[in-house]
Design a protein around this ligand. Structure first.
Ligand code: PBG
Length: 344
């Protein structure tokens, strides 16, 4: 410890000349110099764009609590995929607003090879094969109770039986052409089980991005509107999603998912959890992604609408914060807009 302190003091002394020999404002004085000294850069390739799929043809349904975001029918999703590719966005994340009559206690629609997700995946892979498709694995868009898994008679979300269904859901998505399986359910052991099933069924190159540290957050409200689960959900998800009080536990979650074969890990929500991103990056040196979730998006939009700040500047500053914290990329509803800002 003392050695480390001494080494640190030595480094400080060697690096920093005292004021006025050193004036940190010198390198900030001009735009060219600021550009030259920027430690991080944002580009369209940092973004994964979440999109909501709905049934029908030529349908656009604006989502009131996510101003500026709509659900699109599959044809619209394909059009968005083209826009994303043209803007340099490497990957889309898909979420279905499952038709009410296809929701059930056990979420069986998740296993239907012709469900909304699979139709959207196939259509994108057909029309825009050079963009990545990440698919969410969890049962909440398919259950009548809005929970991510199966319930026992007391309403508790059971783990192992849920994992069995999630395996089926993952294989269903992989068969439709998904490139990255992203389990967001927070069941124990699901990453290993899904990895094994993918290997056994000829999907060795399908990646897993684990929602490794996903918190039981109040920031998911607008998303639940978008997939139609908000009104259905009774109670909360605290017996499987993480307690916002916990940081060490996030590192255990990440360690487990990596040991089970996750190719990359995600922290979610984003901005309120940048400390977790930084700790994961420091500890594991693996690709870390963060999800700037629906409630965060809504906060920025409402702040901008109330003229509390400049919209574009708020968007780019928050996205840069993810890079500074150590993210390889960010899932953000602002992806297309931000990509175009960075282009222009
Ligand atoms: C479903 C899921 C949720 C989000 C992504 N996948 C909601 C939840 O866990 O209740 C939230 C994303 C967002 O708020 O933008 N398991």
């Amino acid at each position: 410890m003392l050695d480390r302190l001494r080494a640190h003091a030595y480094t400080l002394a060697m690096t920093y000349a005292p004021y006025p020999a050193l004036r940190l404002r010198r390198t900030r004085a001009t735009a060219w110099s600021r550009a030259m000294h920027a430690e991080n850069r944002l580009s369209a390739s940092d973004f994964i764009w979440p999109l909501f799929v709905t049934d029908g043809e030529g349908v656009e349904q604006p989502i009131a609590t996510l101003p500026g975001v709509s659900r699109w029918s599959v044809d619209g999703i394909v059009a968005r995929a083209r826009e994303a590719r043209d803007a340099g966005i490497p990957c889309l994340a898909l979420f279905p607003n499952t038709q009410a009559d296809r929701r059930s206690d056990d979420g069986a629609e998740a296993l239907n090879p012709d469900n909304l997700m699979c139709r959207a995946i196939r259509a994108i892979k057909d029309a825009v094969p050079d963009i990545g498709v990440l698919t969410d694995v969890a049962l909440d868009p398919y259950t009548v109770h809005g929970q991510d898994g199966l319930l026992d008679p007391t309403g508790y979300v059971v783990n192992d039986a849920t994992v069995d269904v999630l395996i089926g859901q993952s294989l269903n998505q992989a068969a439709a052409g998904a490139d990255i399986i992203a389990p967001s359910d927070m069941m124990d052991g699901r990453v290993g089980a899904i990895r094994e099933a993918l290997e056994e069924t000829g999907h060795a190159n399908v990646q897993i991005m684990a929602y490794a540290a996903k918190y039981a957050s109040a920031f998911y409200g607008p998303f639940r509107d978008a997939v139609g689960s908000r009104g259905l959900l009774k109670g909360d998800k605290k017996n499987y999603q993480m307690d916002p009080a916990n940081g060490e536990e996030a590192l255990r979650e990440v360690a487990l998912d990596l040991a089970e074969g996750a190719d990359s890990v995600m922290v979610k929500p984003g901005l309120p959890y940048l400390d977790i991103v930084a700790r994961v990056r420091d500890r594991f040196s693996v690709p870390v992604f963060a999800y700037q979730v629906s409630g965060e998006y809504a906060m920025i939009e409402h702040a901008a609408a109330a003229e509390a700040g400049d919209r574009d500047a708020l968007i780019l500053e928050t996205l840069m914060a993810f890079k500074r914290a150590g993210c390889s990329g960010v899932l953000t509803y602002h992806a297309l807009h931000a990509a175009r800002l960075l282009e222009g």
